[in-house]
Write a protein that binds this ligand. Structure first.
Ligand SMILES: Nc1ncnc2c1ncn2[C@@H]1O[C@H](COP(=O)(O)OP(=O)(O)OP(=O)(O)O)[C@@H](O)[C@H]1O
Length: 308
């Protein structure tokens, strides 16, 4: 199946001369949830804004549902819903009117049955006659999503859906996103929270300095995350490994004072017991052992050189 969004060799240089995107290419499959992780200024908003047709690219192409976002703007915009971070709508308007009006803005004929479904999916239906100013922060965020879904888009962009919200509201929002996926809509979200990407994404992309540094299936990433490291500190340094230890995935560190053994926690056997026996048989005496597990955060820090 052709990807719902196809980004090829995208470049964006702002009028100031700043290059915010440098040759970005990625395909987004229909129905998936893609999380774009990146530090401040990485280029996430620029990328989303170009796909949504709000910012013009300097080079490269973006296709949404097979249509070019520049030359066929109307067709692509109709397929996209964008959830901004802030609610700017009239606080004295009702939920129902706000969401219905948004549909009209996209040039779609009224469809009360669709508005009703969207509000029910987002657990907002019993608030449909309330004014926005009467809603809690979490409900207001749901209204933003309802507005973006009002014109039946196939692709939904969520720009930092849980920035600055408390833990409960964040978990609540994850459930909302999970439920939306069941309706078949493709979801792309930007986030600073690694935990958020881990929790809800099918695929994770890391962007920094205008480049995609990694884009990978979460399951494959999790396999990497399942890798653990056993560190063995030695009583006396060694310069090389004895022949009997050559079958182990060992590296010598700290001028021969430590051995690092990589193993997979998902595997049936870790090999630790036999390794320790083999070390003892080779006459290598241990001072200490410790383990550490790599996390998505480690991968992120390694790629970006900073914490998110
Ligand atoms: N209109 C503009 N003119 C000049 N530079 C811009 C403009 N908009 C964005 N930039 C720059 O482009 C870079 C990428 O910005 P962008 O907003 O895409 O990053 P981001 O990843 O969304 O960051 P954040 O997580 O802080 O929202 C930043 O260095 C920003 O200062």
């Amino acid at each position: 199946m052709a990807p719902i969004v196809s980004v090829s060799n995208l470049v964006k240089t702002y009028a100031s001369g700043f290059q915010a995107l440098k040759d970005v290419s990625l395909d987004i499959e229909e129905g998936e949830i893609l999380a774009l992780l990146g530090p401040n200024g990485a280029g996430k908003t620029t990328l989303i804004s170009i796909i949504c047709g709000i910012v013009n690219p300097t080079g490269g192409t973006v296709l949404v549902g097979g249509h070019d976002v520049v030359t066929d703007f109307r067709a692509t915009r109709a397929m996209i819903g964008l959830v901004p971070q802030e609610l700017t709508t009239d606080q004295f308007e009702t939920v129902w009117n706000t969401v219905s009006f948004s549909r009209g803005l996209h040039g779609k004929k009224p469809n009360p049955a669709h508005i009703e479904k969207v509000l029910k999916d987002l657990s907002l239906y019993d608030k449909k006659d309330n004014m926005l100013r009467e809603l809690s922060g979490g409900m207001k965020r749901r209204v933003l999503i309802a507005k973006a879904l009002s014109h039946e888009p196939r692709v939904l962009f969520l720009d930092e859906p849980t920035a600055g919200v408390d833990v409960n509201l964040r978990k609540d929002m994850w459930q909302v996103v999970e439920k939306l996926r069941e309706t078949g809509v493709t979801i792309i979200l930007t986030t600073h929270y690694i935990e958020e990407a881990e929790e809800i994404a099918d695929r994770v992309g890391v962007i920094n300095g205008g480049k995609i540094l990694l884009i990978e299936d979460k399951k494959d990433l999790m396999k990497k995350l399942g890798r653990k490291e056993l560190r063995v500190d030695l009583q006396e340094p060694i310069s090389s490994l004895p022949e009997t230890l050559s079958s182990y995935d060992l590296t010598i560190e700290d001028d021969g004072n430590s051995l690092i053994y990589d193993y997979n926690t998902a595997g049936e056997r870790t090999g630790i017991t036999t390794l320790l026996t083999a070390l003892a048989e080779a006459g290598i005496r241990l001072k200490d052992i410790s383990t550490r597990q790599s996390s998505l955060e480690d991968i992120f820090v390694e790629l970006v050189g900073a914490r998110p």
